[in-house]
Design a protein around this ligand. Structure first.
Ligand code: NAX
Ligand code: ADP
Ligand code: K
Length: 523
């Protein structure tokens, strides 16, 4: 599913109106009605509403909602923030209809009127937030900020139209104080700010509603941002035919694990196998070989002589490069340790190996010493940093990255020509061509040691089975998140272990392929 930036949404609205002749007031009517339908499905006439509108078109949507709810017999109070003389265009048309109907609209101008807003919310406690949408352009301050604080403090249930007011549509930035919604009805397509943190925290349940914008208007512009959904993933999963053998499902080679970090190797290998990889080879230091072998008997281990305990030496590089000629993918990094040996291995592998390479964890830590190595690469590279690793790779502060996830991932992918999987509560995948794929599956239970190793295994397993690295990354991130959601549904988030993800992985893939779990139906 496509996702839009503020300017893109404005352009789509404009094309709908000017090229295809759909009047703006019709779109606003549809927007309001889509919110009303969501309301009547969930609230009977006993519920009372406080509708808080801004002066722009988001407020206009709020006026439409007010008219329809009034018509259906709901009790409501309507407020507009600031001077009503500033209302114009389609919003003004809808404002005037309300006044002609004799429906009162109170202006929130000062502390006295803020008290009226507070009293309204106490007695009419379902709030419709139509203050700011994609037009929010600066920090929310003064009277707006006070109004939002009152909504957050007194509302029993808040429904935001398009995006919670105070959240930036482009990137999920917080502009002062955002409305903490219980539900957000976003119009036409999700906005990036609905999906990316910190803003995504404020949606509550996100619902996407059609407002009658012609598909042609959406196709007229090139949208580069996407939400990963079940349809993209289902197309991506490799099919399994009857007349096949293990060679048909790919060969993956992994360099992972070190003394004290054998778990990372075990998790990555199990995950690659549970994703369907035909043959898997793991390079490990000889002193830890037996541990890994016991953990995953199905993997072929290549125990290598060590220079230091548990760390494979660079003298094996020729073997790793030679073996890669027979394989479909090479993954490097989980639990390897941030060592000079690994740095040398990665440097040589980038220059000499021409199958796709997945680099994670310590692989990224050593690369942050010298990213110029990327320029020598012979193949497609997928990197899977969390924000801390991204900070080391970019020399940017963690906070700076957190508030600009899409841009940071995109700039890095374009600059170095690699596929970036920037992991977090939402995961952002950026391609070297500047396309973005956002994943919102997953939950805080996955913030546990080893869950990143599982993701590396899934990506590796999918590339082994023939998926293009970008497609593999997109599919893997969603499958990984969905697996986390299935574990959390059964066991809760607190006790979720990376090992649970490995155990549930086959069921997730089965349910996606067979389309037999409602958890797969949402985005
Ligand atoms: N044809 C269209 O353009 C449609 C737009 N729609 C709605 O319109 C919204 C976008 O409307 P607009 O572009 O008018 O913008 P908004 O209604 O989102 O907000 C812009 C208004 O708020 C003011 N403002 C911005 N930041 C502020 C701040 N920090 N403090 C105080 N005031 C601030 C602006 O000066 C302007 O008056 C969408 O989110 C959607 O809800 C829908 O009605 C569908 C059709
Ligand atoms: N709050 C969260 N919501 C959704 N997914 C999460 C959350 N926290 C972590 N994850 C996911 O779990 C994984 C953690 O990876 P990582 O930090 O590399 O863990 P480790 O290094 O322990 O293996 C990532 O894929 C990330 O997207
Ligand atoms: K809003």
């Amino acid at each position: 599913m496509k996702v839009v930036l503020n300017d893109e949404m404005r352009l789509i609205d404009k094309i709908s109106m000017e090229k295809y002749g759909v009047p703006g007031v019709v779109l606003m009517e549809n927007a309001g009605v889509s919110v009303v339908n969501e309301i009547i499905d969930n609230f009977n006439l006993d519920y009372k509403f406080t509708i808080v509108c801004g002066k722009g078109n988001n407020g206009g949507d709020g006026f439409v909602v007010a008219r329809h709810l009034h018509n259906k017999g709901y009790k409501l109070n309507i407020f507009v923030l600031g001077d009503k003389k500033a209302i114009k265009g389609d919003a003004l048309i809808n404002y005037e209809i309300l006044t002609k109907l004799g429906i009162g609209i109170k202006e929130i101008k000062n502390d006295d009127t803020l008290i009226q807003l507070k009293e309204s919310i106490i007695s009419y406690p379902i709030v419709i937030d139509a203050l700011f949408g994609t037009g929010l352009s600066k920090e929310v301050q003064g009277i707006s900020k006070k109004a939002i604080n009152i909504i957050n403090k007194y509302s029993k249930y808040t429904i935001s139209i398009d995006i919670p007011s105070g959240v930036g549509g482009n990137d999920g930035k917080i502009f002062g104080t955002p409305v903490e919604a219980n539900k957000t009805v976003t119009l036409c397509l999700p906005k990036c700010g609905n999906l990316v943190y910190p803003g995504a925290e404020y949606n509550g349940k996100l619902v996407i509603k059609d407002i009658g914008i012609p598909n042609e208007a959406i196709e007229d512009i090139e949208l580069k941002n996407n939400l990963i959904d079940i349809d993209i993933v289902r197309q991506g999963l490799p099919s399994r035919k009857k007349d096949t053998h293990k060679g048909s499902y790919g060969k993956a080679n992994i360099i992972a694990g070190s003394f004290g970090m054998t778990g990372a190797a075990i998790l990555a290998c199990k995950s690659a196998l549970r994703t369907g990889t035909g043959l898997l080879k793991l390079y490990v230091g000889e002193s830890i070989n037996h541990i890994v072998k016991t953990g995953v008997p199905e993997v072929i281990t290549v125990p290598l002589q060590e220079m230091r305990k548990g760390v494979i030496g660079i003298n094996h590089i020729e073997k790793i490069i030679k073996d890669s000629k027979e394989a479909n993918v090479l993954a490097i990094g989980p639990g390897c340790g941030n060592t000079s040996e690994l740095a040398e291995i990665i440097k040589q592998v980038l220059v000499k190996v021409d199958i796709p390479i997945v680099i994670d964890a310590d692989g990224l830590n050593v690369l942050s010493r010298d990213k110029e190595w990327f320029l020598e690469k012979k193949s497609k590279i997928v990197i899977t940093p969390h924000i801390g690793e991204m900070s080391r790779l970019t020399n940017m502060d963690i906070e700076e990255i957190r508030y600009d996830l899409i841009k940071v991932a995109k700039d890095f992918a374009i600059k170095w020509g690699v596929i970036v999987v920037l992991k977090g509560a939402s995961t952002i995948i950026a391609s070297p061509e500047g396309e973005i794929f956002i994943n919102v599956k997953g939950n805080p239970g996955m913030a546990t040691a080893g869950s990143g190793d599982v993701l590396t295994g899934i990506i590796t397993g999918l590339i082994a089975q023939g998926l293009e690295p970008l497609k593999a990354a997109i599919t893997a991130v969603y499958v990984h998140g969905l697996t986390g959601d299935k574990v959390a549904r059964d066991k809760g988030e607190y006790g979720l272990l990376a090992g649970d993800l490995v155990e549930y992985l086959p069921y997730t893939i089965k349910d996606i392929v067979e389309d037999n779990d409602s958890i797969c139906k949402t985005f």
